[in-house]
Design a protein around this ligand. Structure first.
Ligand code: NAD
Length: 483
């Protein structure tokens, strides 16, 4: 049995505290039953966290350190999280619905982000700009101060590590607002911060209602940089709050990403990519392979193979799915599952054909069948609206121009894929696809090292890789007139 506490507290200024807004009930999407309670921060709690982070910044407790000292603390956080994987993964499964092996991957990935950004802490260097014999001019990078970060529920630990890693590496203090639906396993960041020796107030982790604690964080005058991952609607509100105070923000929003499958594609590469791209995390992935733009000459055969693969996934409670294989877990909440099912019903009403799936499972918990829709056309709602569930839309094409038009035909632009053995064709398509990251012959090709972020309504700014470091620093130019 996994040990689940009755109450999970917030971590503010180095102390575990209850919240001014009472508690949030967290349920278990694997069976629909109550799981635990999370302390809910109110605006006063947010204010205390930001003030504590400001003190850390103003006293130089992080920013005055030699970068290697920050690097070592971030690496220690990483090691602590890895060492506690067996304790955290079951809790993450219970609160999010993901299979245990997926929860373990997420924890590995959170640790990896911290390892990577620990490594980068020493790498940010300014430059000297020649102005002739009378001047010495150079640039430095300075942290903004307090980074306020708003986290979504689909990869809660991974997204937090992705944001706090580069923030801390560059010398910022952080205040993290965790997602209401699955905040519990975030306790590990507070423990890891203590184990790594971060000063109190450098890392604050709190949960609360988005409209109250989230809005209070993004509007707080002490927050000097904002990182938001979530929906377009909330991201827009966050961008407005940031603009009002003229602070920069990074927005990682949704997607409706397409993979173009040409006639010479390797079918196994396509199948593997669909398996990971649509059914990993029950499709609750912003960069999901949600539209397969498929050449007419291989259409029938590929649709059959993909549908067989989807039908072969065993769907059920995450703790009963401890190892990688043909399985899938619950969606995170009843609301998300019902929303996805309603999008499927609308697709059928508009003329798409459910080759398999499209319905919720008749059992406790928030399960949706792995789904494949064929005959999806560009004007259907399901070709445009992000499902955020285990649902693939197949769209047929006959010419390369048509494939690119379909792939680029949404307001989003997070990622895109190309499947072909022809390097010229892949390169030409990669250049024309309107997305922040292009995968050739493998969905999710890349890693923590590669920049990630969207074109269009998928947001702006880049997370991951060295690119992300520049979100967290401002350039200062120093010009010295020589006597
Ligand atoms: P959401 O926008 O409803 O919530 C995200 C976070 O914002 C939560 O922590 C929430 O409490 C907070 N929030 C809500 N209202 C707020 C406000 N007024 N001010 C500040 N914070 C507020 O999104 P969600 O439903 O939790 O997540 C699903 C969406 O997120 C999908 O559209 C998905 O594509 C997107 N997403 C994107 C990425 C990415 O990296 N691009 C990753 C995960 C999820």
């Amino acid at each position: 049995m996994t040990a689940v506490a009755d109450l999970y507290k917030n971590y503010i200024n180095g102390a575990w505290v209850e919240g001014g807004a009472g508690t949030i009930a967290v349920d278990n999407p694997n069976n629909g039953e109550a799981l635990s309670q999370q302390a809910a921060a109110d605006a006063t709690d947010v204010d205390r966290a930001v003030q504590a982070a400001q003190v850390v910044h103003d006293t130089g407790a992080l920013s005055d350190l030699r970068p290697v000292e920050r690097a070592r603390m971030i690496q220690k956080m990483s090691a602590y999280i890895s060492a506690n994987k067996d304790r955290v993964a079951p809790l993450l499964t219970l609160e999010s619905g993901k299979p245990l092996w997926e929860a373990e991957i997420e924890i590995d990935s959170a640790a990896r982000f911290l390892e990577f950004y620990g490594n980068q802490a020493e790498s940010l260097e300014g430059r000297s700009i020649p102005l002739g014999a009378s001047y010495f001019d150079f640039t430095t990078f300075e942290p903004y101060g307090v980074s306020g970060q708003i986290i979504p529920w689909n990869f809660p630990l991974e997204v937090t590590a992705r944001g706090i890693g580069p923030a801390l590496a560059t010398g910022n203090a952080v205040v993290v607002k965790t997602p209401e639906i699955d905040p519990l396993s975030h306790f590990i960041f507070g423990e890891a911060a203590e184990a790594a020796g971060f000063p109190a107030g450098a890392i604050n982790i709190l949960c609360g209602d988005g409209a109250e604690a989230g809005a209070a964080l993004t509007a707080h005058p002490g927050v000097s940089q904002i990182v938001f991952t979530g929906s377009v609607a909330t991201g827009t509100a966050v961008a407005v709050a940031a603009a009002r105070r003229v602070v920069p923000c990074v927005l990682e929003l949704g997607g409706k990403s397409a993979g173009i499958v040409y006639p010479d594609a390797d079918p196994q590469q396509v199948l593997d990519s669909i398996r990971w791209g649509v059914y990993f995390n029950a499709g609750q992935v912003c960069s999901a392979f949600s539209r397969m733009v498929l050449h007419e000459s291989i259409h029938d055969e590929m649709v059959e193979r993909v549908a067989d693969m989807a039908k072969g996934l065993s769907v059920g409670p995450g703790l009963e799915r401890p190892t990688f294989g043909a399985n899938m877990g619950a969606m995170v909440s009843e609301g998300q599952r019902d929303r996805a099912e309603a999008i499927c019903q609308r697709a059928e009403a508009e003329g798409a054909r459910a080759v398999t799936g499209g319905r919720k499972l008749n059992q406790p918990g928030y399960f949706l069948e792995p789904t494949v829709f064929d005959g999806v056309t560009e004007t259907m709602n399901i070709a445009q609206e992000e499902v955020f569930g285990p649902v693939l839309s197949v769209m047929k094409f006959s010419s390369d121009e048509e494939a690119l038009r379909i792939a680029n035909g949404t307001e989003y632009g997070l990622v895109a894929g190309v499947f072909t053995r022809d390097l010229d064709r892949a390169t030409a398509a990669a250049q024309k696809l309107r997305a922040g990251q292009i995968y050739v012959n493998e969905w999710f090709a890349g890693g923590v090292e590669t920049p990630f972020g969207g074109f269009g309504k998928s947001g702006y700014g880049r997370e991951k890789g060295r690119e992300a470091l520049y979100n967290y620093v401002q350039t200062k130019n120093i010009g010295i007139a020589l006597g």
